[in-house]
Every structure is written in structure tokens, then in C-alpha cells.
Design a protein around this ligand. Structure first.
Ligand code: SAH
Length: 220
């Protein structure tokens, strides 16, 4: 029988127990789990893998890209929501699932995707499902989305080798960037970067992860 949203939440809790020593605190919060339980993940994955929609795994969404593993979505959302987040930027819209989860927790979500077909499908899907506080843009996420900056929080769902400077510049003082940092297809660390009120940067490594790489925008 296919997994259900409730089973997915139990699996996230179990994995969070395992990761507790790395992450350093009991997580994710009940608010984040409730948001994840209420987003119908089956609408965000291709029909061919719909049976696995609630499995605690990353799944292929086409164009060589993946929808992140639910536990990782929960962890990243939780890390972001620890700072007061009203206005959020996501880099890597992909299926739109992470943006939908965020939209239930913050006032406005801006999300940038580099692949036109994924961008288009995510826009349609988010519209049809009524996530109307999410705005999507086709573009290069390395550049952020300056028109709506500064952001309280920025979440990057693809791995960068270095911190993209434009993203740091678009973060409010007191804001937080959550990003996997490391080699393409190699060792990566989910990293939290806080911009203090005086503009200084505090960096903390949270968990070894494996994300698809952040790449420049595809030319059409
Ligand atoms: N957050 C997504 C999962 C994203 S997978 C979800 O919930 O489904 C990573 C995504 O980042 C892919 O869709 C990939 O195309 C996108 N990406 C990679 N490099 C990018 C860049 N420079 N700018 C914007 N998006 C990028």
C-alpha cells in the first residue's frame, strides 16, 4: 500500500531522532510538520512516481532534477523559521513543493527556477492548488531576486560551491540563509548563515547532505 502523509510525518520524526546529534536540537517543530502534512505531495511529483509521493525519499521530477527528501524539506524549513520570517526567497523552485510548505508559514514566498519547463509547471500547479502568496520567476538564482529584497530568510535547494554573494546582499540584518555548500555531486554540508544586525556573518554547518548542483541559467 502506498505511504500516506501521516506515515511521511512519522518517518520524518524518526529520521530527526537519528540526526539529532548532528543538528544539535530536537526538531522539526510541530508547526513545520503540520504544514508538511497539509500539502498534498502527490500533486508535486510526476504521475509515474505518484505511488511513492509520501515516501521519505527524493524523487525525480524530470530534467535531471529532484524534489527533495521530506526530512530535508522539514529540516530546512525549520532552520529558516527559527528566525522571524515573513518575506522569504527560495532558489530552486523545482516542483514547487518546498515553496508550498513555506507559503503556509510565512507571508510571502518568492522562488526562482532556471529550467523553463519546471518553472512553468510549478507556476500552474501552485496556482491551481491556491498557493497564492508564492511568486515564481524564471532566472538565475545566483543573482537572487533583487526587486523584492531584502528577505528575512533565503533557502537554497541546490548545492553551491561557495556562498552566492548576491544572496547575502539580499538578506536583511537578522536574517538567515540556509544552503547546502560543497562540491558538485560530492561532499556537501547543509549550512546556516546568519547575518547579524551589524552585518557580520556567522556560519554553522548542520548536516552532511546530497543535493543537485546550483548551475547557471539554461539559455533558451
Ligand atoms: N525546491 C524544489 C527542489 C529543487 S531541486 C522542490 O521543492 O521541488 C533543485 C532545483 O534547483 C532544480 O529544479 C534546479 O533546476 C534548480 N536550480 C539549479 N540551479 C539553479 C539556479 N542557478 N537558479 C535557479 N534554480 C536553479
Amino acid at each position: 500500500m502506498a505511504d500516506t502523509a501521516q506515515k511521511m510525518i512519522e518517518d520524518i520524526r524518526a529520521e530527526a531522532q537519528f540526526a539529532r546529534e548532528w543538528v544539535g536540537y530536537a526538531h522539526p517543530s510541530e508547526v513545520v510538520l503540520a504544514a508538511m502534512a497539509s500539502v498534498a505531495r502527490e500533486h508535486f511529483v510526476p504521475e509515474s512516481v505518484r505511488t511513492f509521493a509520501y515516501a521519505n525519499n527524493a524523487l525525480s521530477i524530470g530534467d535531471g532534477q529532484t524534489i527533495s527528501q521530506p526530512y530535508i524539506v522539514a529540516l530546512m524549513t525549520d532552520l529558516l523559521c527559527q528566525v522571524k520570517c515573513r518575506h522569504v526567497l527560495e532558489i530552486g523552485t523545482g516542483s514547487g513543493y518546498q515553496a508550498a510548505v513555506l507559503s503556509l508559514l510565512v507571508e510571502s514566498v518568492y522562488s526562482v527556477e532556471r529550467i523553463a519547463s519546471l518553472h512553468k509547471q510549478a507556476v500552474q500547479r501552485l496556482y491551481l492548488l491556491g498557493y497564492d502568496n508564492v511568486k515564481c520567476r524564471l532566472g538565475d538564482g545566483y543573482l537572487g531576486w533583487s526587486e523584492h529584497a531584502p528577505y528575512d530568510g533565503i533557502l537554497v535547494t541546490a548545492a553551491a560551491e561557495q556562498i552566492p554573494q548576491a544572496l547575502l546582499a539580499q538578506l536583511k540584518p537578522g536574517g538567515r540563509l540556509v544552503i547546502p555548500l560543497g562540491e558538485k555531486y560530492g561532499a556537501q554540508m547543509l549550512t546556516v548563515i546568519d547575518k547579524e544586525q551589524d552585518g557580520s556573518i556567522v556560519r554553522r554547518e548542520v548536516l552532511p547532505v546530497r543535493f543537485v548542483p546550483l548551475l547557471p541559467r539554461v539559455s533558451e
